[in-house]
Structures are given as structure tokens and as C-alpha cells.
Design a binder for this molecule. Structure first.
Ligand code: PXP
Length: 252
């Protein structure tokens, strides 16, 4: 019994590389290793400030990968032009603030639906599977459907933060929001992904939610690979996801 697809985000291999400004460690090498170890897809976020992944990395990933690339980007003209040049399998639209350390919160699709509908149309026409990175909020899920996005990725950051803080009531509330969000999305005909801040325990928990198609996981895996290697970190993550999925099926 296998759980959701496993997307591996390799941004933070580039973060380490850029700390020294040289060529190592190479995120493409990490992506190829992840692919060999069973990743179903690779995710890379090209930020406006190029703090981790750079333009040449996207070029190299497109040339080297045999699994799909999920290209994360802000809804800007510059990024749209780059995505249309490469035509990756998937494009995940995320909010982006220069001052943030990581992607904080989801997109305000409901507040910006006209612009975003026009923004994603050419990406969809180019054959990219477009997903919107949103909070598990019914209004955002419905707006994503309305603008024609076939996929949503629900932000798991609050759930993971609550779990790490040992705040079990808040964690369970956040988990219930995710369960409801996945259900609303699925009933609306959307494919639902989850991501942000997941570790072995939280990935196991969210894998038990019915109908989750994909998890995207980066920072924890790259951190864990310092201690146990990327292949082993991925193997344990895959097992956690499959176990969580099996638990969900048993409970249903
Ligand atoms: N999904 C999306 C849309 C993201 O923006 C990120 C972070 O770049 C992730 C998943 C992965 O999050 P993390 O690195 O915390 O696992």
C-alpha cells in the first residue's frame, strides 16, 4: 500500500552551496540521487532574489531529470517568462516576500482572482500543471477552482509548528482544517497536495488523510541528510508516508 507521491524540494542544497559562493554541493546531484532513491518528483523554487536556486539550476534540472519538475514561483512577469521558456511538468504559484525566511502563509487567490486567472492561463496552455499554494481555507480553495487551477497545495506550516511546539490542541485543530480542506478540494475536482515544514512524524500524520495526492518536502530532509544521508532520510520519509497512509485506510 503506497501513500501520496513524494516530491523532494532541493532548494536548501543550493542554500548551502551559496553560503560559500562556489559550485558544491550541487542541487542537481541531490535531485538525481533523490530520483534514484524513489522521489516521484523534484521541486525547486526560483526566488526573485535567487537566494538558493538560480536560473542555471533550473536549466540543468530540466535537462537532467527523468521525474517531473515542480517549478515553484511567485506570480510575476519575470517568472512567467522563465516558466514558459522551460515548460516544466508543474508550476506551483506561491506568495513571496523579500524579507521572509521561507514561504509564510498561502496565496490570497480569493483577493486577486482576476489577475491570477489571467496569469495562470498561458502556463496551462503551455501544458504545465498549475497548482496554487494556499491555506486550507474554503474561500481560497473555491477561488483556486474558479480561476481554473487543476491542483492546490495546502500549507502545512501551522500544523507542523503546533506539533513541534507540543501544542496538541492547536495541532489537532490544524489537522482537522487540513482534512476538511483536502475534502473540499477533492469534491471540487481538484488534485490536492500538501507541503511545508513536514518531518517524519507530521508527514506520517498527514499521509493518513484520504485523497492527498502528493507531499512536497525539503528543509527537514536536507537537514536530516547531514546526519543519515539523503538516501536514508528519503527511505525513512517514504516509510513514514506509507505507514501513515495505511493507518488512514485502516481507520476509514
Ligand atoms: N511546498 C511549497 C509550496 C513550499 O513553498 C515549500 C517551501 O519552499 C515546501 C513545499 C517545502 O517546505 P519545507 O522546505 O519546509 O519542507
Amino acid at each position: 500500500m503506497t501513500g501520496p507521491r513524494f516530491g523532494v524540494n532541493i532548494d536548501h542544497v543550493a542554500t548551502i552551496r551559496n553560503a560559500r559562493g562556489g559550485a558544491a554541493p550541487d542541487p542537481v546531484r541531490a535531485a538525481l540521487l533523490a530520483e534514484k532513491a524513489g522521489a516521484d518528483g523534484i521541486t525547486a523554487h526560483l526566488r526573485e532574489d535567487r537566494r538558493h536556486i538560480g536560473d542555471a539550476d533550473i536549466e540543468a534540472l530540466m535537462a537532467a531529470l527523468t521525474v517531473p519538475l515542480n517549478f515553484e514561483m511567485a506570480a510575476t512577469q519575470e517568472m512567467q517568462t522563465i516558466a514558459l521558456r522551460h515548460r516544466p511538468h508543474a508550476v506551483c504559484i506561491v506568495p513571496e516576500k523579500r524579507e521572509e525566511r521561507t514561504t509564510e502563509g498561502g496565496l490570497g487567490v480569493a483577493q486577486d482572482d482576476n489577475r491570477l486567472a489571467g496569469f495562470i492561463a498561458p502556463l496551462r496552455e503551455a501544458g504545465c500543471r498549475v497548482s496554487m499554494f494556499i491555506e486550507a481555507d474554503p474561500a481560497q480553495i473555491e477561488a483556486s477552482k474558479r480561476i481554473g487551477a487543476p491542483v492546490i497545495e495546502l500549507h502545512t506550516g501551522n500544523f507542523c509548528d503546533a506539533h513541534l511546539a507540543g501544542e496538541t490542541e492547536r495541532r489537532d485543530r490544524e489537522l482537522a482544517r487540513l482534512v476538511e480542506g483536502v475534502q473540499i478540494g477533492t469534491e471540487a475536482g481538484l488534485e490536492v497536495h500538501l507541503g511545508h515544514g513536514l518531518d517524519f512524524e507530521t508527514a506520517r500524520m498527514v499521509s493518513s488523510i484520504p485523497d492527498v495526492a502528493e507531499l512536497n518536502i525539503g528543509h527537514f530532509l536536507i537537514g536530516e541528510s547531514v546526519f543519515i544521508g539523503l538516501e536514508e532520510a528519503m527511505r525513512r520519509m517514504r516509510s513514514a508516508m506509507d505507514e501513515g497512509y495505511a493507518e488512514g485506510r485502516t481507520a476509514a
